[in-house]
Write a protein that binds this ligand. Structure first.
Ligand SMILES: Cc1cc2nc3c(=O)[nH]c(=O)nc-3n(C[C@H](O)[C@H](O)[C@H](O)COP(=O)(O)O)c2cc1C
Length: 235
């Protein structure tokens, strides 16, 4: 059982490839994914989230057309997380392979025109989950609702693991929770202005099998400290 849980956790991954639009996700599977989210730990058990399940093709098409201007700030910070070869990524053990991003995104000095020229359209998916929360509430005494926001991550991970167990691809799309794109998604789905979109999640079955790519992690001995900060690894 323990080994199976660890296997599921290790195999969970981002699936950024196009999903098969002829294969919808069964209602029962969606319910299980949402129920997994509902059992997540949240600060003060506040469960400060709502999930909008979108599977209406017209709405998906409208969301798919949204263009979100990309910022120079994003490009510069994104660049810091890039590796330019598998060897480099294997050594760093954090970050993402640059080849997974459009060419202009790999250049910290890219101009807005170069960035805007890239095709940023979302790969198709038969279902999207839009996760929202109410920033008007906060976990008690939690500055910036730090604890409440962490709780959203807990709910996301539970749903992600359930999707993985069901063989359903899962892809977080943060850009739909920012700037003009967020406004547009709210307009399309009738989400009240007072709520904040955390992100959108694409769900579906990859058209051409599992999306395989190099995934790296730091080793436990590299981030754990025993009894005293700096005493690396479990003794
Ligand atoms: C809060 C959060 C936001 C993320 N936003 C995006 C995103 O906008 N686009 C994307 O392709 N992946 C996004 N990801 C996925 C991460 O890039 C991914 O989890 C990380 O690179 C590790 O890869 P893995 O999920 O395959 O293990 C996000 C993940 C988290 C937890």
């Amino acid at each position: 059982m323990m080994q199976e849980i660890l296997k599921l956790i290790r195999e969970r991954q981002s699936t950024r490839s196009p999903f098969d639009m002829t294969r919808s996700i069964a209602k029962q599977d969606l319910e299980q994914i949402l129920e997994a989210g509902s059992w997540a730990p949240t600060a003060h058990n506040m469960q400060n989230f709502e999930m909008i399940v979108v599977d209406d093709p017209n709405l998906l098409a409208m969301i798919g057309k949204i263009k979100n201007p990309i910022s120079i700030e994003f490009i510069k910070e994104n660049y810091q997380q890039l590796s330019f070869s598998e060897d480099e990524l294997n050594q760093k053990k954090v970050g993402i392979l640059a080849t997974r991003f459009p060419t202009a995104w790999r250049n910290p000095d890219a101009t807005i025109d170069e960035l805007m020229a890239e095709d940023r359209s979302l790969p198709p998916s038969p279902t999207m989950l839009i996760m929202v929360y109410d920033p008007g509430k906060r976990a008690p005494a939690s500055e910036g609702d730090f604890l409440g926001i962490i709780s959203l991550g807990c709910a996301t991970e539970n749903m992600w693991l359930m999707a993985e167990a069901l063989g359903i691809g899962f892809h977080i799309v943060s850009s739909l929770g920012e700037g003009p794109a967020e406004k547009e998604v709210k307009r399309i789905l009738g989400i009240p202005d007072s709520l904040k979109i955390v992100y959108a999640i694409r769900l579906g079955y990859p058209v051409s099998g599992p999306d395989k790519y190099l995934r790296v992690r730091r080793q436990v001995k590299d981030f754990s400290h025993h009894n005293r900060y700096g005493s690396k690894g479990l003794k």
